[in-house]
Design a protein around this ligand. Structure first.
Ligand SMILES: Nc1ncnc2c1ncn2[C@@H]1O[C@H](COP(=O)(O)OP(=O)(O)OP(=O)(O)O)[C@@H](O)[C@H]1O
Ligand SMILES: [Mg+2]
Length: 255
């Protein structure tokens, strides 16, 4: 697997927003600070961190849902502010924390959304949707024609994953996509996803606050703490990290 080609570069990236808690005007705070790292083609980078540490913000800086207030993010060597937003997002599948399915579209139509925007033929779209439903463990005969409100939380999440994979983008951003699954299904889908990611060679950024999940999926783990990336290392080295926040997460493994 090619490991040295850079897909995404964060160059001293910060994102500042007015601090609404402050009583004094013009006080700002950083949601993320001085992020400076690369994401390599074909790797599975897991961003680990407690709630509010900046994981989702970091993801949104990759597909230009957010722009840095300092520094720049490059995708395929081009800064995100120079990318056409639509073209960029077609290259980057995105599974959001709240699934974001369109409520008035069936499961099949939700999954086929990007392929249909790309002009695929209806028959091709149907075949692809059904193939992906199989992949995420949902029987197409039972689920393809349902609407999102007719699904459980975990089933919605799986449709979200299928939708992100539909047009076969080279990169995937996945924001806690398996959070609503029971532990058994979760382990199954984690293992299945790991196999798939290695087989397809996709570049994946995967957000979680579950260190166990991080170890199953990651080639590298990036630990976020208060808007900073405090550790970035191979999964096997992460276990030896002395950073107090890494230690706090590692404690969770022994419980
Ligand atoms: N638009 C915004 N304006 C101001 N502050 C924001 C905005 N969006 C997020 N934040 C704050 O930025 C910080 C990082 O948020 P972010 O959503 O990146 O965290 P996270 O690590 O994804 O957390 P979680 O695990 O709970 O999803 C939080 O303190 C959050 O309250
Ligand atoms: Mg988040």
């Amino acid at each position: 697997m090619p490991q040295n080609q850079i897909t995404v570069e964060f160059k001293h990236v910060s994102l500042r927003r007015p601090d609404k808690q402050s009583l004094t005007p013009n006080v700002y705070r950083n949601l993320v600070s001085d992020l400076n790292f690369n994401i390599y083609q074909g790797e599975a980078l897991v961003l680990l961190g407690r709630s509010g540490s900046g994981k989702t913000t970091t993801m949104k800086l990759i597909n230009r849902l957010l722009l840095p207030t300092q520094g720049e993010v490059l995708f395929n060597s081009i800064p995100t502010h120079k990318w056409d937003e639509i073209k960029l997002r077609r290259k980057i599948g995105y599974v959001i924390q709240e699934t974001g399915l369109f409520p008035h579209f069936t499961v099949e139509r939700n999954i086929g959304l990007v392929p249909s925007l790309e002009g695929w033929k209806p028959k091709q779209i149907k075949t692809r949707s059904h193939e992906l439903l199989h992949l995420v463990g949902l029987e197409p005969g039972e689920f393809a024609q349902r609407y999102p409100h007719e699904l459980s939380g975990g089933q919605k999440q799986r449709v979200g994953v299928a939708r992100a994979l539909a047009a076969d983008p080279p990169m995937l951003l996945m924001d806690e996509p398996f959070g609503a699954l029971d532990p058994i299904t979760r382990l199954e889908i984690q293992q299945e996803f790991k196999r798939l990611q290695q087989e397809l060679g996709k570049t994946v950024v995967f957000v979680t606050h579950d260190i166990q999940e991080a170890f199953i999926l990651a080639s590298r783990i990036g630990l976020m703490y208060q808007g900073e990336l405090v550790v970035l290392d191979k999964a096997e080295n992460f276990i030896n990290s002395q950073h107090p926040e890494a230690q706090a997460f590692l404690q969770c493994l022994s419980h």
